[in-house]
Design a protein around this ligand. Structure first.
Ligand SMILES: Nc1nc2c(ncn2[C@@H]2O[C@H](COP(=O)(O)OP(=O)(O)OP(=O)(O)O)[C@@H](O)[C@H]2O)c(=O)[nH]1
Ligand SMILES: [Zn+2]
Length: 300
């Protein structure tokens, strides 16, 4: 690798096209060298100009990478993250399994995660709060906002959480991700810019991963990624599940058998904690479902 190559940050990815930002803030369309498209938003890269565009020659080693994996494919969200903000809302009713999976993927990648509960102005907030109680009890930071109903207050509360960090926002459709981006990065459209709009013509803009700066000094980054249906966790082995679930980790140390599956063995610490009410039933159900899913042989 030549030291003369320019450095850059990957700020958007559209299939095989990437947008790379220079340290001065200029954005250039780049293509990776070779066939494999192996860079993701958040990557630090070395590139060189080829006319108006550029070629990515080298991807710097990553600090971390958040991805999901099913039987057939691995999908990367972003790299070099400081934290993940998993968004849910009072309505639509969120899937606890999806929430748990996002948190476990983050744990497995070694990235801190927080939970953001939106639409606190709606009456359904009570039920959502109740469902999130086990998550605060197991140590997750759960914040409530009303992005649309109380924007100024929500903005202030979020800024201190995000300042100086690179944060990936994950959340199902309808939770308020666009509302969040527009509230925190009022120039979001301009940041996506003509380059990206041209690359993305014909497609809906939220189908690509996009990095937004929240401040003029470009030190606070918010990354929005496309919605998805399934959050596969094939990168995790069934035996590793309790380690990635903070409420099960402790009890699983108490099991009589070192290779306890926590499903039927005598002297199981996890099931004892479940019976004592220290582990929530829905969490145990999520564990059992994931255990079955990750223990099943791949079908091809
Ligand atoms: N009541 C209430 N509604 C909100 C709040 N924040 C956002 N909404 C509404 O929730 C709906 C979804 O918000 P979006 O920001 O479009 O959600 P999204 O997550 O980007 O959804 P997609 O565009 O489908 O990915 C919109 O109708 C918003 O007006 C809030 O604080 N309270
Ligand atoms: Zn056990």
């Amino acid at each position: 690798m030549s030291a003369e190559l320019d450095v850059g940050l990957v700020v958007a990815g559209y299939g095989r096209h990437y947008v790379v930002e220079t340290p001065e803030g200029r954005r250039i369309i780049c293509h990776p060298r070779g066939k494999k498209s192996d860079c993701v938003v958040g990557d630090r890269v070395r590139w060189q100009p080829t006319g108006d565009e550029g070629v990515i020659e080298h991807v710097e080693p990553r600090r971390n990478l958040l991805f999901r994996q099913d039987e057939w494919k691995t999908k990367s969200f972003a790299a070099n993250l400081d934290q993940i903000l998993v968004m849910v809302a009072a309505e639509p009713v969120f899937s606890e399994s999806q929430l748990a999976r996002a948190l476990m993927a983050a744990e497995s990648a070694g990235i801190p995660a927080r939970i953001l509960l939106n639409k606190a102005d709606l009456p359904q907030i009570e039920a959502a709060r109740e469902r999130l109680k086990p998550y605060s009890a197991m140590g997750y930071d759960v914040r409530e906002v009303a992005l649309k109903a109380r924007p100024a207050e929500s903005r202030a509360a979020l800024f201190s959480l995000l300042q100086g960090q690179a944060t990936l926002v994950l959340g199902p459709s309808g939770t308020g991700k666009s509302t969040l981006i527009n509230l925190l990065a009022p120039d979001a459209r301009a940041q996506v810019g003509e380059i990206s709009q041209a690359l993305n013509s014909g497609k809906h803009t939220t189908t690509s991963t996009q990095w937004y700066w929240l401040d003029d000094t470009r030190s606070t980054g918010l990354i929005d990624s496309p919605g998805f249906q399934e959050f596969g966790l094939r990168q995790i082995s069934a035996q590793d599940l309790p380690r990635l679930m903070p409420d099960l980790a402790g009890p699983s140390q108490q099991c009589r058998f070192y290779n306890c599956t926590h499903l039927h063995e005598p002297g199981c610490g996890v099931r004892a904690a479940l019976e004592a009410g220290d582990v929530n039933e829905s969490r145990y159900r999520i564990y059992s479902e994931l255990f079955a899913e990750l223990s099943a042989p791949t079908r091809y």
